[in-house]
Design a protein around this ligand. Structure first.
Ligand code: MN
Length: 270
């Protein structure tokens, strides 16, 4: 549809845990984001989450047709659709919102919106933080024993896409490795040249200015021993060959699976 979809706020280093039903949480976000995309013709959809006092607050904002104030309560009711003229063009909100509301409430949270007709819509919901300190400690310990500690290692993530970067950074946060980022191939080369502490590079292939294949070739010229792992959505045999030819030590396919990811990281960092 040629509209932007952006993650604009997210939790990074904070230690905040929610015990929740991941399938339901995903379904709620899916419903809200697909509705937002559906009702937006031009502009953008933004989503993310913030830490509030006792909850994590999620939001999905769009620059779409908006929802009249009179409808704000009704749209969460089962089987009801927005009965404005635009329904014809956009197909109504359907069941997504009433299901989302039910799920949010099952998870102990609330859902609400801010919107005016023709001025976009902002949907919010929250999931309460867990208050049981022991439960938090248990969770931390479980994660800690499952993963290795790379406190003194530096990993360069070469990745142009914000979401992909945040995902990798989040996966790696538990290892305590120092993370640095390059947003394109040229930056990756420059960082490898100037930062001698880099132990491992996670190299995206499709990047602006210079792609991962070329960046790897260049880096290997001055740091032949640096381990470079290609991470790419290209899943064809040809491309695998190309990553190896360009000098990458290994290859991980996107979407990245946590277990495979750590297997490969451990192989090179241990
Ligand atoms: Mn990319």
């Amino acid at each position: 549809k040629n509209i932007e979809l952006n993650l604009t706020e997210y939790l990074r280093k904070e230690n905040c845990f929610v015990y929740t039903d991941i399938a339901k949480l995903k379904q709620i976000l899916n419903n809200l984001i697909s509705n937002a995309v559906k009702f937006t013709r031009i502009g953008k959809v933004e989503f993310g989450c913030l830490l509030k006092k006792n909850a994590i607050e999620f939001f999905v904002k769009d620059s779409g047709i908006g929802i009249h104030k009179d409808m704000h309560e009704q749209i969460f009711e089962r089987f009801r659709q927005v009965e404005v003229d635009t329904t014809r063009d956009f197909g109504g909100l359907g069941l997504g919102l009433s299901i989302s509301k039910e799920y949010v409430e099952m998870l102990g949270g609330k859902i609400w919106l801010k919107s005016k007709l023709n001025e976009g819509a902002e949907f919010y919901f929250n999931i309460p933080l867990i208050s049981d300190e022991n439960a938090i400690d248990d969770k931390k310990q479980t994660i800690a024993v499952e993963n290795d500690n790379f406190e003194f290692k530096t990993i360069l993530i070469a990745e142009d896409n914000e979401l992909n970067f945040v995902y990798l950074e989040e996966l790696l946060s538990i290892t305590k490795a120092k993370i640095i980022r390059a947003k394109n191939g040229l930056e990756a080369i420059e960082l490898c040249r100037t930062n001698k502490n880099i132990d491992l590079v996670l190299m995206d292939i499709k990047m602006p200015l210079l792609n991962g294949f070329e960046a790897t070739k260049q880096i290997k010229k001055f740091r032949p021993d640096l381990h470079i792992i290609a991470q790419t959505a290209y899943a064809f045999a040809d491309d695998k060959l190309k990553t190896i030819e360009s000098g990458c030590n290994d290859y991980i396919a996107k979407p990245i699976i946590e277990k495979d990811f750590f297997e490969i990281i451990n192989k090179f960092l241990k």
